[in-house]
Design a protein around this ligand. Sequence first.
Ligand code: GUN
Length: 284
Amino acid sequence: MAKIIDGKAVSLEVKEALRDKCAEIAASGKRVPCIAVIIVGDNPASRSYVRGKLKAAEFTGFESRLAELPEDVREAELLHMIDGLNKDAGVDGILVQLPLPGHIDEDKVLDAILPEKDVDGFHPVNVANLWLGRPCTVPCTPKGIIKLIESTGLEIAGKKAVVAGRSNIVGKPVAKLLLDRNATVTIAHSRTPDLAALTREADILVAAVGRPGIITGEMIKPGSVVIDVGINRTADGKLTGDVDFASASEVAGFITPVPGGVGPMTIAMLMENTYDAWLAMQER
Ligand code: GUN
C-alpha cells in the first residue's frame, strides 16, 4: 500500500515559514510582500482557485489586491490595468487567473506582465530562462511537484520519470525540472500510442492529462512515486484526479491524493514566488 504524500502538510510548512519571514519584515517596519490577482468573468473553478490564493496570502500576512473584471472587459482595459500594476512599486507579484475569455489574447496578457513581477512564471522571458538553465521564476505547480517528490526522501537523479501531459503550465516545465535533477525524462501525451507501456517503466510518474482516472493501478510500476496533477469534477461535484487512486495506491510506493496533494502546494509555491519577487525588489 502506497504512502500518501500529504500536500496539505508540506504546503503548510512552506506557508508557516513564509508567515514567520513576513512577520519579521512587518516588525522591521518594511513593506510586506504584495500580490495582485486579476480575475476576469465568473468561471466557478477560477473563482475557487483565486479564493485559495487570497486565503494563503492572508495566512502568510502578505498584502493582496484583487481586481474582478467582467467577462466582457476589453482587452485594452486589462492591459491598462497590468501596466498600472507593473509601475506600482507597492506590488511585487501580478497574477492573471487563466483561462481568459475567448476575445482576449492570452499571450498578449502574459507578455504584458513584467517578468520580475510574473509570479506564475508564465512570461516568455521566464520560460526561456527556465529552459536555458538561468535564474527565473519557476511556475508554481511544477515547483510544488518537485518539492512533493523530494518530501518522500527519494533521490530524483538517475530515475526514469514519465510526465503524462505537455501543457505549458505543467507538463513541459515539470519535465525540465526533472531533467535538471538528472532524471531521464519521457513526455507522453494524447497521441502516445501505448501510454501504459511507458508508465509501467516510470520510477516517477506525473499525471497531468486532465482526464479523470486515466492512470490505473496496472499502469504503475510497483513502488514508484505517483504525482496526480488532475483536478477534474465528477457529475456530483467532487474533485477527482487523473489517477485512479484506489487501484494505484495498491501498487505505488508514494502517491498524492486529490484533493490535498498538488493543489495546496501550487498555492504555497505562489506565495514563495511572491516572497522571492519582494526580495528581488528590495535588492534593486
Ligand atoms: N489556471 C489554472 N492554473 C493556473 C495557474 O497556475 N495560474 C494562473 N494564473 N491561472 C491558472
